[in-house]
Design a protein around this ligand. Structure first.
Ligand SMILES: Nc1ncnc2c1ncn2[C@@H]1O[C@H](COP(=O)(O)OP(=O)(O)OP(=O)(O)O)[C@@H](O)[C@H]1O
Ligand SMILES: [Mg+2]
Length: 258
């Protein structure tokens, strides 16, 4: 199966939990899965259940000075240099991806962007890399985005099939989702979906979100559940917790994403 998803939303709504759990579920189904941590404050590895020794072996692309210079022809972190705006990104995912339980994880890291929109070599490399992976991979690719909407302006998720925005019961995360929807449309992303997380009243919350986004936009409701916090506390993936009922809403979302 080939499906390219970006998962966005306000800070702390549950983006990484959803990205990590969907990735593990698809991998358990036998799909080839590439998970991309596009949040500078990277922690998708723990949501994927990567053991800590494997986590510490992950190399962050934006910090690989040699790779950046080799591919772009310019040094990382410096502005005002000449560099390739169309660098060769082949082989990077294979070399830097770390695999656990069938999910290959790539961590992009933070980049500096100058005022006025001109970019540094590492941001050009990351953007080209993501575009290449999203367009050329015949597999499931899941991008765990940075909180908020700034990344939308940078177009990191351009080319994905679908933008999934996580909201929690509250107007603020819904406002972020509305802005994400508009910006996704501007980027040419055709499908948009909303997942409600941390719901304490699924029926009422679903009705409210259907009125906000339209019935077809809401593809799942995940209840508030302290076992999800427990998974985070202990660095485990939800699928490794051993509770079928905990995973059920995520399985339903996966079905609706096909
Ligand atoms: N349904 C839920 N019930 C209870 N706690 C939850 C639920 N979903 C997520 N959490 C908890 O909320 C916290 C934030 O979740 P997560 O890291 O997935 O969010 P995020 O949107 O990726 O955050 P950030 O913006 O920092 O990247 C975690 O401690 C997680 O365990
Ligand atoms: Mg996150």
């Amino acid at each position: 199966m080939a499906l390219k998803l970006a998962i966005s939303g306000k800070g702390g709504v549950g983006k990484s939990t959803l990205a990590g759990t969907l990735a593990r579920l698809w991998a358990a189904d036998g799909c080839k899965v590439l998970a991309i941590d596009a949040d500078p404050d990277a922690n998708l590895a723990s949501a994927l259940g990567f053991p800590s020794d494997l986590r510490s072996s992950i190399r962050t692309i934006s910090r690989e000075a040699e790779l950046i210079e080799e591919r772009t022809g310019a040094k990382a972190g410096q502005f005002g240099q000449m560099f390739s705006i169309n660098p060769d990104v082949s082989g990077i995912a294979e070399k830097y991806g770390v695999t656990y339980s069938g999910v290959s994880l790539l961590v992009l890291g933070a980049v500096k962007t100058a005022n006025g929109g001109c970019a540094c070599p590492e941001s050009v490399l990351l953007k080209s890399l993501v575009r290449h992976l999203v367009l050329n991979r015949d597999e499931v690719v899941i991008l765990d985005m940075e909180a908020g909407i700034e990344h939308m302006g940078r177009g990191t998720a351009m080319g994905v099939d679908m933008m999934v925005t996580v909201v929690e019961p509250g107007q603020r995360s819904v406002e972020t989702a509305h802005r994400v929807r508009e910006m996704a449309r501007d980027l040419g992303i055709k499908r948009f979906a909303v997942v409600l997380n941390k719901s304490t009243d699924p029926a009422a919350d679903t009705a409210w979100l259907n009125s906000e986004f339209g019935e077809d936009s809401v593809i799942g409701v995940i209840p508030y559940d302290t076992r999800i916090m427990e998974a985070d506390r202990t660095g485990r993936a939800l699928v490794d917790m051993g509770f079928d009922d905990l995973i059920k809403p995520f399985c339903e979302i996966r079905e609706r994403l096909k």
